[in-house]
Design a protein around this ligand. Structure first.
Ligand code: GLC
Length: 532
């Protein structure tokens, strides 16, 4: 694997640190816990871990409200623990990617404390302060992503401050060069400590309309959807000058060797690909969440893969994501049978795959009783099903009462099915989803066609989506049955023979196919193609 572009070949594994492994028994995962599980990640075969925020934080948004960019929250451990994690991960050939949260800080960050102290504070302009309108009303109609207005009144200084998320998460003013410099130094601080890159939180939010114009109403808004969707975010996000800001971050990343810049971006494909930047000066990987947002059927998924492939800029490297700590679990969305097909899709498309911890054991939606709800979004906009706790529950390692996650009381409830659904048990079952993930990862590592090969759609027939990955003479066909009825599909006309490398049911390896191939309900196959 060429070291300079490891992120093109590697599989990224997201760890939500509160929920991966608790070492000190407080019911919350920590850095030493992650260290204990590095061998598992090596066994699974992933190349990099991205760890959601571990910085000092009041945890209003579970770490996405950072109070100090250059520290470690005691809940997660110490800086020594962090350094140990990086060196142990590196020793095992694993890269470490941190979450960087530049759009907003915690309201307890000293910068904000100073900024709100007075209108003349040297840090006043580090955040976004606005007067009330002459009638005393809010500066504009922008909404918080977690419900309610995006402006909070500060009584002491008589102005509003802007927060795209919670009021405890004031937005930084990225138009201020001092903010940019300070944040660049934060990046350097971690890059010098050896981190291999960053996943940048809500990167498309960083710049706002300089005139702070009202967002237009969304005429397609449906009641029951989050309030933020009632407006189109045309002035509050995705501004043309955000690309200069990202290019600035990228220059810092490029001061160091072999590091990666990943951006969190929820935008349609044509807007998303702009985040590669002109002449690829932006994010190496603007996260592609299309699979999360598209209906689970062959036609729409095939169309989106096609559209994405066409939209990529020259030299822009693709990537795919099936789940994260903000989205319902893939197994909850498509069901246990299709979760296996989804794994095959993620790990055979062209581009860097990002996996979310727990998806490899088929973790589904875990019910959270009302008294254990923790997510502020659920608390602010209850009853709409927006809560993110169900996809943040602890990893399930074994059948013991706390699933091997903690010796204490887990901060979120465990899946009651954990005695049957845990790493130890699934490792022993050659037909488990975990065994499937491991074999898919091994195949992807082994086959250049899956790693760097070109992509070609072969067929979209009923609920079957089939494509080829080609590299030099190597031709692999992936055929996915997204439906619940068996189907037969023809092999590509210029190849009459195929040999099964892997089925999602793990039982057909070596089977020959001539002219066509049969797929059982909910089955995915990878075949090697030969000319007849
Ligand atoms: C991102 C994070 C999410 C967080 C939000 C605000 O979308 O993934 O968890 O709540 O940003 O920081």
């Amino acid at each position: 694997m060429p070291e300079t572009t490891w992120w093109k070949h590697g599989i990224v594994y997201q760890i939500y640190p509160r929920s991966f492994q608790d070492w000190n028994g407080d019911g919350i995962g920590d850095l030493r816990g992650i260290c204990e599980r590095l061998d598992y990640l090596g066994w699974l075969g992933v190349h990099a871990i991205w760890i959601s925020p571990i910085y000092p934080s009041p945890m209003a948004d579970f770490g996405y409200d950072v109070a100090d960019y250059c520290g470690i929250d005691p809940i997660f451990g110490t800086m020594e623990d962090f350094d140990r994690l990086v060196s142990q991960a590196h020793a095992k050939g694993l890269k470490v990617i941190l979450d960087f949260v530049p759009n907003h800080t915690s309201d307890r960050h000293l910068w904000f404390v100073e900024s709100r102290a007075s209108r003349d504070s040297p840090k006043r302009d580090w955040y976004i302060w606005r007067d009330a309108k002459s009638d005393g009303s809010l500066p504009n109609n922008w909404l918080s992503n977690f419900g309610g207005p995006a402006w909070t009144w500060d009584q002491a200084t008589g102005q509003y401050y802007y927060h795209a998320f919670l009021r405890e998460q004031p937005d930084l003013n990225w138009r201020n060069p001092a903010v940019r410099e300070a944040m660049h130094d934060v990046l350097r601080f971690w890059l010098r400590r050896g981190v291999d890159g960053f996943r940048v939180d809500v990167i498309w939010h960083l710049m706002k309309d300089p005139e702070f114009r009202d967002n237009p109403p969304n005429i397609g808004y449906q009641v029951g959807r989050p309030e933020i969707e009632s407006l189109l975010q045309v002035h509050s996000t995705d501004q043309p000058d955000v690309h200069d800001v990202i290019a600035g971050m990228r220059r810092v990343i490029d001061e160091f060797d072999h590091r990666v810049l990943i951006g969190e971006i929820y935008l349609p494909i044509e807007r998303l690909v702009a985040y590669y930047g002109s002449d690829l000066s932006g994010a190496h990987l603007p996260f592609n969440f299309q699979l999360i947002q598209t209906a689970w059927n062959a036609r729409e998924i095939a169309a989106l893969v096609h559209e994405y492939e066409l939209a990529l800029p020259e030299g822009g490297w693709p990537n795919w994501v099936l789940g994260n700590h903000d989205q319902p679990r893939i197994a909850a969305r498509v069901g246990a049978a299709q979760a296996r097909v989804a794994a095959m899709l993620l790990l055979t498309l062209r581009g860097t795959p990002t996996m979310y911890y727990g998806d490899e054991i088929g973790l589904g939606r875990v019910e959270i009783p009302p008294e254990r709800v923790r997510d502020p979004w659920e608390i602010n906009e209850p009853g709409l099903g927006l809560g993110r706790d169900p996809e943040r529950t602890p990893m399930q390692w074994d059948a013991s009462p706390s699933a091997g996650f903690t010796t204490g009381r887990p901060w979120l409830p465990l899946d009651p099915k954990h005695p049957a659904c845990n790493v130890e048990r699934l490792k022993q079952d050659p037909n488990s989803i975990l065994s499937l993930y491991r074999r898919l990862i091994a195949l992807r590592r082994d086959r250049r066609a899956l790693d760097v090969g070109s992509y070609h759609t072969v067929a979209v027939e009923g609920q079957v989506f089939a494509y080829e990955r080609r590299h030099r003479g190597e031709r692999l066909m992936v055929a996915l049955n997204l439906g619940h009825e068996p189907r037969r599909i023809p092999l590509p006309t210029d190849s009459t023979e195929g040999c099964v490398l892997l089925s999602t049911f793990l039982d057909r390896t070596g089977e020959a196919a001539a002219g066509e191939v049969g797929l059982r309900a909910d089955e995915g196959l990878i075949l090697e193609l030969r000319r007849g």
